[in-house]
Design a protein around this ligand. Sequence first.
Ligand SMILES: Cc1ncc(COP(=O)(O)O)c(C=O)c1O
Length: 289
Amino acid sequence: MQLTAYVNGNMLPLQDACIHIEDRGFQFADGVYEVIACINGTFLDLDMHLQRLRYSCEAIAIDLPCPLHEMAARIEAIYHANPFEDAMIYVQITRGRAARAHLPNTMPTPSLIMTVRELPAPSCETLTQGASAITLDDIRWKRCDIKSIALLASVMGRQEARRRQADETIWLDEQGHMLEGCSTNVLAVIDGSLVTHPLDHQVLGGITRRLALQLARQHGIRVVERPWHLHEAGLQECMLSSTTQGIVPVCYIDGQAIGGGTPGKLTLQLRDWLLQHFDELRQEKTHHA
Ligand SMILES: Cc1ncc(COP(=O)(O)O)c(C=O)c1O
């Protein structure tokens, strides 16, 4: 199957898509990224992803390669150049190519690359049996609000999760609070309220997290953004949120069953509301077409 990538203004067959070895993304992980989902031609919360991309670029002083509306057009073009109806579009911006020095002599031109893959649906097993997670002390840097391409800690977290036959690693702060996963936010139901770590430098401002909180509030569920522990009395449910998987129940953490070891009611309800929201977006698009 022929896939097409975008590299600095050019659409190329994926196997020919290259970036220079002195690109600072390769040398220093000096860049940021986004993963955007597109379902049947409808981009999910594209504006929010673009705003977060701008936030990440500004935080590390990289100029956006083009205005956001142009970025949206390029994202749409690369989606249409690939064969998937349901796709995830990977967008990466790095500081560009320069002789290797921490501080480049002259400001390089930022690199923009994009690739497209099929959006995998969460397996039925994960939805009916729930995912499992382990917890580890957070070994990442102190600006997790920036969507940096430096993902070594997340790779190590996932490796350890796999070694222990779990699906995700949830990072803990020094007091043992549940922060987020390697590529997911973590939410809990505690005494009937939806609880998740507040937005700060220790977690990414997930687009799906934001939507989950919004949907919960719209349906009259109390939302509390505060640090929380796995061992709190009243912990009933736990879930992961991400663009690529939506909301997924977590039934075991460090081998301990959450909510009796079956997916929680509110978790599944939130997942349904999220899917309904995506259907509405699709219908809006058809309506406007
Ligand atoms: C560390 C981290 N937290 C949370 C998320 C979920 O964010 P979103 O819902 O915007 O995909 C991601 C996604 O890649 C992530 O890498």
